[in-house]
Design a protein around this ligand. Structure first.
Ligand code: SAM
Length: 251
């Protein structure tokens, strides 16, 4: 297996592939004002194994188009959607988020939790806007500095790994620049990282290493994940995913 296949294998049975939580998806739904509306069309971009798509399907009168690059994640999403009784409300689509071919103005909401960084926040909010109906909702979570200053070690790591990491005020300004009205923002609490994502991931390390006979590539993947966890635990006060909910302004 190459490095990408190993990464997919480490994550493919997980219920979530990044920091987040069901209560936090529901809070974003509340901020969006989508509750109570009928026959919504929502795209969940970078849906992974369905953490947010399944919560959206359970919470709203909506059909969810769930998009991810990796079929293995979509297979797990379909299994979980069936178990949750919402498979009729979700269509899984294997596609790249930088080459979406949806009809213009076709969605009531573009949702994306912990995934827009793959195309960059500014590029994603600009490119995905055209798929929203006028007044449609953008709801994305994105790596965010919680303070204006932070430890050098943390700054250095994330500025290298994801140069677009910035404060919430800077992200809000980008939303305003690109034709959205910010409706709400909150930062994911620590349990969304530790209890919901990192601890279950750590529990999979042992079986993953055994399955791959402790191959060097598997070991270095686990070490890289552990080092990111250690960094987060040292500096949780300074960084999180911010959840941004915004409404598309008419053109
Ligand atoms: C951090 S995970 C978040 C997954 C999911 N939203 C969740 O919260 O569990 C990022 C997701 O983006 C997907 N992804 C990465 N690059 C992509 C691309 N170019 N197009 C579509 N999906 C992509 C990954 O496969 C992965 O499922």
């Amino acid at each position: 297996m190459d490095d990408v296949e190993l990464l997919v294998d480490l994550h493919s049975n997980a219920s979530r592939l990044g920091p987040g939580g069901e209560a936090e998806t529901r809070l974003a739904i509340t901020l969006s004002g989508l509750g109570g509306r009928q026959s919504l069309k929502i795209a969940d971009i970078g849906c992974g194994t369905g953490a947010s798509a399944i919560t959206l399907a359970k919470s709203l009168d909506a059909h969810i188009t769930a998009v991810d690059l990796f079929p293995a994640f979509l297979e797990e999403l379909e299994r979980r959607a069936k178990a949750g009784g919402v498979s009729e409300k979700i269509t899984a689509v294997s596609a790249s988020m930088d080459a979406l071919t949806f009809e213009p103005s076709s969605f009531d909401a573009m949702w994306s939790e912990g995934a827009i960084y793959n195309v960059g926040f500014e590029n994603g909010i600009r490119e995905w806007r055209r798929f929203l109906k006028p007044g449609g909702i953008l709801a994305v979570s994105e790596m965010t500095w919680l303070t204006s200053e932070r430890p050098d070690e943390l700054d250095h790591h994330w500025s290298g790994a994801y140069p677009e990491v910035d404060t919430a005020s800077a992200k809000m300004a980008l939303l305003e620049t690109h034709g959205y009205v910010p409706l709400g923002y909150f930062a994911l609490p620590e349990y969304c990282w530790l209890d919901n994502y990192y601890r279950p991931l750590q529990e999979r390390f042992g079986a993953f290493l055994e399955k791959h006979d402790h191959a060097p590539a598997a070991k270095s993947l686990v070490e890289a994940e552990q080092s990111e966890i250690d960094l987060y635990e040292r500096h949780a006060a300074f960084v999180s995913y911010g959840f941004y909910v915004a409404r598309k302004l008419a053109d």
